[in-house]
Design a protein around this ligand. Structure first.
Ligand SMILES: [Zn+2]
Length: 194
Protein backbone atom coordinates (compact mmCIF):
# COMPACT_ATOMS: atom_id res chain seq x y z
CA UNK A 1 0.00 0.00 0.00
CA UNK A 2 2.73 2.46 1.10
CA UNK A 3 4.81 1.60 -1.93
CA UNK A 4 1.87 2.23 -4.20
CA UNK A 5 1.36 5.73 -2.73
CA UNK A 6 5.09 6.42 -3.09
CA UNK A 7 5.08 5.27 -6.71
CA UNK A 8 2.03 7.40 -7.40
CA UNK A 9 3.65 10.49 -5.87
CA UNK A 10 6.80 9.85 -7.87
CA UNK A 11 4.72 9.52 -11.02
CA UNK A 12 2.93 12.83 -10.35
CA UNK A 13 6.28 14.56 -9.69
CA UNK A 14 7.63 13.17 -12.95
CA UNK A 15 4.62 14.45 -14.93
CA UNK A 16 4.91 17.91 -13.33
CA UNK A 17 8.63 17.96 -14.14
CA UNK A 18 8.02 16.99 -17.79
CA UNK A 19 5.28 19.62 -18.21
CA UNK A 20 7.40 22.39 -16.66
CA UNK A 21 10.40 21.44 -18.80
CA UNK A 22 8.21 21.41 -21.92
CA UNK A 23 6.74 24.84 -21.10
CA UNK A 24 10.19 26.23 -20.39
CA UNK A 25 11.64 24.92 -23.65
CA UNK A 26 8.67 26.01 -25.78
CA UNK A 27 8.76 29.44 -24.16
CA UNK A 28 12.46 29.89 -24.81
CA UNK A 29 12.03 28.72 -28.42
CA UNK A 30 9.06 30.92 -29.28
CA UNK A 31 9.68 34.60 -29.13
CA UNK A 32 13.17 34.51 -27.71
CA UNK A 33 14.65 35.36 -31.08
CA UNK A 34 12.38 38.41 -31.41
CA UNK A 35 13.04 39.43 -27.80
CA UNK A 36 16.79 39.14 -28.29
CA UNK A 37 16.62 41.20 -31.47
CA UNK A 38 14.94 44.24 -29.85
CA UNK A 39 17.27 47.24 -30.06
CA UNK A 40 17.23 50.21 -27.70
CA UNK A 41 18.07 53.89 -28.19
CA UNK A 42 20.46 55.28 -29.33
CA UNK A 43 20.70 52.48 -31.92
CA UNK A 44 20.96 54.26 -35.31
CA UNK A 45 18.30 52.02 -36.96
CA UNK A 46 15.69 53.68 -34.72
CA UNK A 47 16.44 56.98 -36.46
CA UNK A 48 16.24 55.84 -40.07
CA UNK A 49 13.30 56.39 -42.39
CA UNK A 50 12.19 52.84 -43.12
CA UNK A 51 11.75 51.52 -46.67
CA UNK A 52 8.52 50.16 -48.19
CA UNK A 53 8.14 46.38 -48.04
CA UNK A 54 8.02 44.54 -51.34
CA UNK A 55 5.33 41.91 -51.87
CA UNK A 56 8.07 39.35 -52.59
CA UNK A 57 9.94 40.15 -49.36
CA UNK A 58 8.99 36.88 -47.66
CA UNK A 59 11.76 37.31 -45.09
CA UNK A 60 10.27 40.55 -43.74
CA UNK A 61 6.73 39.11 -43.77
CA UNK A 62 7.92 35.97 -41.93
CA UNK A 63 9.66 38.14 -39.34
CA UNK A 64 6.43 40.12 -38.83
CA UNK A 65 4.58 36.82 -38.24
CA UNK A 66 7.18 35.84 -35.62
CA UNK A 67 6.82 39.26 -33.99
CA UNK A 68 3.03 38.81 -33.91
CA UNK A 69 3.51 35.44 -32.16
CA UNK A 70 5.84 37.13 -29.68
CA UNK A 71 3.21 39.72 -28.80
CA UNK A 72 0.46 37.10 -28.64
CA UNK A 73 2.52 35.01 -26.20
CA UNK A 74 3.85 37.88 -24.12
CA UNK A 75 2.84 37.70 -20.46
CA UNK A 76 3.42 41.44 -20.09
CA UNK A 77 0.96 43.32 -22.30
CA UNK A 78 2.74 45.04 -25.18
CA UNK A 79 0.66 47.37 -27.39
CA UNK A 80 2.87 47.01 -30.45
CA UNK A 81 6.28 46.52 -32.02
CA UNK A 82 7.76 47.71 -35.31
CA UNK A 83 10.40 46.27 -37.65
CA UNK A 84 12.95 49.04 -36.92
CA UNK A 85 12.83 47.89 -33.27
CA UNK A 86 14.28 44.54 -34.34
CA UNK A 87 16.89 46.38 -36.43
CA UNK A 88 15.09 45.99 -39.79
CA UNK A 89 14.45 49.36 -41.41
CA UNK A 90 11.24 48.41 -43.26
CA UNK A 91 7.67 49.70 -43.06
CA UNK A 92 5.82 47.10 -41.01
CA UNK A 93 4.59 46.68 -37.46
CA UNK A 94 2.26 44.79 -35.15
CA UNK A 95 -0.46 46.36 -33.04
CA UNK A 96 -2.59 44.51 -30.49
CA UNK A 97 -6.27 45.12 -31.29
CA UNK A 98 -8.92 43.35 -29.20
CA UNK A 99 -6.20 41.03 -27.85
CA UNK A 100 -5.19 40.03 -31.35
CA UNK A 101 -1.81 40.78 -32.92
CA UNK A 102 -2.57 42.60 -36.19
CA UNK A 103 0.21 42.80 -38.80
CA UNK A 104 0.28 46.06 -40.77
CA UNK A 105 2.54 46.33 -43.83
CA UNK A 106 3.21 49.69 -45.55
CA UNK A 107 0.55 51.41 -43.42
CA UNK A 108 -0.86 54.83 -44.22
CA UNK A 109 -2.66 56.92 -41.63
CA UNK A 110 -5.40 59.50 -42.12
CA UNK A 111 -6.13 61.54 -39.00
CA UNK A 112 -9.83 62.09 -38.34
CA UNK A 113 -9.99 63.34 -34.76
CA UNK A 114 -8.12 65.80 -32.64
CA UNK A 115 -4.92 65.77 -30.63
CA UNK A 116 -5.24 64.31 -27.14
CA UNK A 117 -2.57 63.39 -24.57
CA UNK A 118 -1.47 59.75 -24.43
CA UNK A 119 0.78 58.24 -21.75
CA UNK A 120 3.31 56.02 -23.47
CA UNK A 121 6.44 53.97 -23.05
CA UNK A 122 8.52 52.11 -25.63
CA UNK A 123 10.31 48.77 -25.78
CA UNK A 124 13.28 50.63 -27.22
CA UNK A 125 13.35 53.19 -24.37
CA UNK A 126 13.33 51.02 -21.24
CA UNK A 127 11.98 52.78 -18.15
CA UNK A 128 10.99 56.00 -19.96
CA UNK A 129 7.37 57.05 -19.90
CA UNK A 130 5.67 60.29 -20.77
CA UNK A 131 2.75 62.04 -22.40
CA UNK A 132 2.70 62.71 -26.11
CA UNK A 133 -0.06 64.15 -28.30
CA UNK A 134 -1.87 61.65 -30.49
CA UNK A 135 -4.87 61.95 -32.75
CA UNK A 136 -7.95 60.45 -31.11
CA UNK A 137 -9.33 58.81 -34.26
CA UNK A 138 -7.60 57.47 -37.36
CA UNK A 139 -8.12 55.53 -40.55
CA UNK A 140 -5.25 53.15 -41.28
CA UNK A 141 -4.80 51.43 -44.65
CA UNK A 142 -2.29 48.60 -44.95
CA UNK A 143 -1.51 45.20 -46.43
CA UNK A 144 -1.88 42.20 -44.13
CA UNK A 145 0.47 39.20 -44.11
CA UNK A 146 -1.47 37.66 -47.07
CA UNK A 147 -1.01 40.95 -48.94
CA UNK A 148 -4.73 41.69 -48.72
CA UNK A 149 -5.51 45.40 -48.60
CA UNK A 150 -7.14 46.29 -45.27
CA UNK A 151 -8.70 49.45 -43.86
CA UNK A 152 -9.43 49.98 -40.17
CA UNK A 153 -10.94 52.90 -38.34
CA UNK A 154 -9.48 53.05 -34.84
CA UNK A 155 -10.11 55.20 -31.80
CA UNK A 156 -8.22 56.13 -28.67
CA UNK A 157 -5.80 53.45 -27.38
CA UNK A 158 -5.67 51.49 -30.65
CA UNK A 159 -5.29 54.70 -32.66
CA UNK A 160 -2.48 55.82 -30.31
CA UNK A 161 -0.68 52.48 -30.69
CA UNK A 162 -0.80 52.65 -34.51
CA UNK A 163 0.54 56.24 -34.47
CA UNK A 164 3.31 55.24 -32.02
CA UNK A 165 4.43 52.34 -34.25
CA UNK A 166 4.05 54.44 -37.42
CA UNK A 167 6.38 57.04 -35.89
CA UNK A 168 9.03 54.29 -35.58
CA UNK A 169 8.90 53.87 -39.39
CA UNK A 170 9.88 57.53 -39.74
CA UNK A 171 12.64 57.38 -37.12
CA UNK A 172 10.59 59.25 -34.51
CA UNK A 173 10.65 58.29 -30.81
CA UNK A 174 8.32 59.39 -28.01
CA UNK A 175 11.16 61.33 -26.40
CA UNK A 176 11.06 63.64 -29.47
CA UNK A 177 7.51 64.76 -28.73
CA UNK A 178 7.01 64.32 -25.00
CA UNK A 179 4.90 67.06 -23.45
CA UNK A 180 6.75 69.19 -20.94
CA UNK A 181 3.81 69.29 -18.54
CA UNK A 182 1.63 66.39 -17.49
CA UNK A 183 -1.76 67.27 -18.97
CA UNK A 184 -4.64 67.98 -16.60
CA UNK A 185 -7.11 65.81 -18.43
CA UNK A 186 -5.65 62.44 -19.27
CA UNK A 187 -7.22 59.25 -20.40
CA UNK A 188 -8.79 57.13 -17.67
CA UNK A 189 -6.53 54.13 -17.58
CA UNK A 190 -3.10 55.61 -17.07
CA UNK A 191 -1.34 52.49 -18.22
CA UNK A 192 1.46 53.50 -20.52
CA UNK A 193 1.49 52.05 -24.02
CA UNK A 194 4.66 50.09 -24.71
ZN1 LIG B 1 8.08 52.29 -29.44
Amino acid sequence: MGNRVKAYKLFVCLIVFVVITFLWISDSLSGSTVKERIVVAPHPVLRQKAALIDRQDHEAIQLLIEMADYLDDSVRPIAGISLPQVAVSKRGFIVMIDEEAVIMINPQITKLGQDVPSLEGCLSLPGQYGYVNRNSSILVEYHDEDWEKQTLRLEQLYAFAVQHEHDHLDGILITDKMLADVPVSTRNSDIPLE
